[in-house]
Design a protein around this ligand. Structure first.
Ligand code: ASN
Length: 333
């Protein structure tokens, strides 16, 4: 019989209503029992562990690294791993775990938009689908994904696309790997192989995201560096543009050896250095073009790359090769 591991971390899926608002009240065993009422136990054995009990907007990078270590352990002793997690930072947590995951054992993040005690909760069905996916032999070697509202989406490129709707996770411009319903799993596409870039025992350095908005000056850039950021990612306009003040400050930073990643605030599509005095200027100065990754995933990629001492061609080239291998930027040859 296949053995799966369910790791619970909290999130709305595990919350109930109280006087002050929703708070985490339920652990892995109760979540599993609710999921098994959806389609039964599926002939697999599921072992459970509560890693922590938090809403995901309160998690730190250190908390997610502790989760990555729990996933590593679980992958050694089971055929598939499911993580229940808050949706607010699921796209970052799943991505960070994907950067550390070096096993063919599939990992699925899932959660809910409605609390555990909602009269029509989505959590049990999402969890049932996630267990069904990682318990399917065709999931082996597909890495880390997010299973939500019946879709299986790879962690790389995934975004939360709705604040409250049930169909809350997509990777715009990328295919779903599979779908899951009461009939079982339908496989649609091959998941990209994700090269390991981060040791989960190593805390990466601080990398900040700097937002762009009409008339933004360079205060955010300067404040981040003053606060100790070893790299920055710009959440740029459109295909990756920045205000003149931001461009000037970042060109200066790049000149002094601080890596700057270029991403977009748009929500879909790749960035490209097109405009003089905007993205083109930054790319000429050596900014790392983050392809279609969100600023939040880009920031974790750059932080992970910075844990490597003197990588061949530098940190920017390490990111570029990684982005190319997961299909986030176009290949050179
Ligand atoms: N739907 C959710 O899970 C949102 C919740 N605030 C969380 O991220 O923990």
């Amino acid at each position: 019989m296949r053995t799966l591991t369910l790791l619970s971390t909290g999130g709305t899926i595990a919350t109930t209503a109280g006087e002050k608002g929703l708070s985490v009240a339920v652990g892995a065993d109760d979540l599993l029992a609710a999921a098994e009422r959806v389609w039964g136990s599926g002939g697999v054995r599921v072992q459970t562990r509560d890693v922590h009990r938090m809403v995901s907007f309160a998690e730190s990078v250190g908390d997610v690294l502790a989760l990555a270590r729990a996933v590593r352990e679980a992958a050694r002793e089971s055929d598939g791993v499911v993580v229940t997690h808050g949706t607010d930072t699921m796209e970052e947590a799943a991505f960070l775990v994907a950067l550390t995951h070096d096993s063919p054992v599939p990992v699925a993040f899932t959660g809910a938009q409605r609390p555990f005690d909602d009269p029509a909760p989505d959590g049990p069905r999402n969890l049932a689908a996630a267990l069904c996916w990682v318990g399917d032999p065709r999931a082996e070697g597909t890495g880390v994904g997010v299973v939500f509202d019946g879709n299986v989406v790879p962690a790389v490129g995934v975004r939360k696309v709705h604040t409250l709707g049930l169909d809350a996770f997509r990777a715009p411009g990328r295919a779903s790997v599979a779908s899951v319903d009461a009939d079982g799993v339908r496989v649609h596409a091959t998941a990209p192989k994700v090269p390991v870039l981060l040791d989960p025992d190593v805390e990466p350095p601080r990398v900040d995201v700097v937002a762009q908005y009409l008339g933004a000056d360079a205060t955010g850039v300067r404040a981040s560096v003053a606060a100790g950021a070893r790299g920055l990612v710009l959440s740029g306009f459109g295909a990756g543009n920045t205000t003149p003040d931001t461009t000037r400050a970042c060109v200066e930073l790049l000149g002094s050896g601080v890596p700057v990643g270029l991403a977009s605030r748009v929500g879909a599509g790749p960035v490209s250095g097109l405009y003089a005095d905007g993205g083109a200027e930054l790319v000429r100065a050596g900014a790392v073009v983050m392809g279609d990754l969100s600023p939040w995933q880009s920031r974790l990629l750059l932080a992970a790359a910075l844990t490597h001492t003197d990588p061949r061609g530098g940190v920017g080239e390490l990111c570029r090769r990684w982005l190319e291998s997961v299909g986030a930027v176009a290949g050179r040859d």
